[in-house]
Design a protein around this ligand. Sequence first.
Ligand code: ASP
Length: 592
Amino acid sequence: MNRTPAGSIRPAQIGETVTVSGWVQRRRDHGGIAFVDIRDASGLVQVVADPEAHEEVADLKMEYCISVTGVVRARPEGTENPDLPTGEIEIGADDLVVLSPADTLPFMIDDRVDIDERARLRHRYLDLRRPRMGANLRARSRATAAIRRTLDAQGFLEVETPTLINSTPEGARDMLVPSRLREGEFYALPQSPQLFKQLLMVAGVERYFQIARCYRDEDFRADRQLEFTQLDLEGSFWGRDDVLDAIEGVLVAVARELRDVDIPRPFPRLTWQESMDRFGTDKPDLRIGAEIVDLSGLFVESGFGVFKTALSGGGTIRGIDVGPVEWSRARADAFTERAKELGAKGLVWMVVEEDGSLRSPVAKFLDEGEISGIKKAFAAGPGDVILIAADRWKLAVEVLGTLRNDLLRPTGHDELSFLWVIDFPLFEEEEDGSITFSHHPFTAPASLDEMRDNPKTALSRAYDAVLNGVELGSGSVRIHDPAVQRQVFEILGIDAETAERRFGWFLEALRYGAPPHAGFAFGIDRLVMVLQRETSIREVIPFPKTQSGVDPMTGAPTWVDDAQLDELGIALNETALARRDGDEEPGQPTDD
Ligand code: ASP
């Protein structure tokens, strides 16, 4: 079809005959003529048609797919639309063909209308016709193109790794796929290409990347999807700074592509310890100014029981000045409740009064020196609200960090604040006291001695990238010595036999001259989400699932025939059978 993009037509084309094809966005009848806005991927153009000359016009409804041939002409004076790139012209229809009619729509194709998300997902192909969603799709494509351009120019090799594999632990549950040819056995879908990219380093690839689909069977917390896309990258003979440099190059290129900004490099770096101390989180939003301050020194001799107990129990006293926010009794109670939900014993709050005194339920327990010490620590002025947590270090800073995010909005909210958090702990302690990896088990320790002597406090060579308080991704220098890898497994409670059974193939590869290597992966969904000013990754994933893992359009996941299960050597247990034979119709969305 010889067609002109609707949104591209300009006054320079006045007098030309063009054909535009697209969807009827709107139609108005005015003084015996019809004005039809046609939308295609490039934008909108106004067509003017005489219903007497074109009888199809009478039937045109919203979202009919049509094609119009006509002459471009200037809009009559006073009817131009300065908000539209094609607002100075219109097309006088000579020929109008309905290519495909449309049923009555489940919702309007209009960015200004608020539509229930389930309805949007149920008819995602219509939702994607909305300009905002179309822009998101295009942004995503431009982002991946910029990633490829940047890495290709640096000699990276794009390599696809398999998706039917053995487990790659990244801290989530595996999604399993049954094997028909080997009944009873399962493939795992990759939580990431981690081990394959490390094998590519052993294979001599040296610079690898992949735009990789990853699968993590997590309970749907916050804004997560069962499948998501990462830029996965790895380099040989690399240390941390080589990775940070390569990833910064990619992030800056994508920001330039989607936001037309030049992000200064290098990005700021914070150690994990510093990030936690100052912001109470490992993904701080630096656009929010208020920082956590250590007040313990002020209260060593304090007569205030809560502070005394915290300090004598090895805890700490930390505070934050959130500035002159509105602070009613109800709000104070709500935030105290919130602090408790987060695990704190309580929350001490104080408001600096006009005369410099402190209004606080605990003011009477504090002496002059303590009060002036607190005000001095924050250079606090009248109206400032100060929040104090007295607890174990991690809990105290995390509670204040969360309240900081709850209470304060970033200044310069449209700016892009990238940063690195480096020197993460190697392990984390679970509630039952056992040790688990904090990044993944293939991350190199900062020091072998530290790891052996003090695994709970040992640092790793892992790092995260953060943008505006959103964790974009993580990476690390890897272990390339099989003996060290075995030791890490051991500390993680994976005994030699299990390690051999699960990862023997990988440990063997490390024995054939594995080069030192390091890498990273960041979520493309999250990056595009922030750059597109969206607040959910579902807005930048073409066909996402709901929070409960269901696709309301296709009905996935669905029941399958018994015969199909039989072939796989699988039988449903009683619970599943009861669900299947109960109310829920096979193939129907079972989402809440
Ligand atoms: N595989 C890691 C992840 O998915 C990233 C990396 O360490 O390169 O988070």
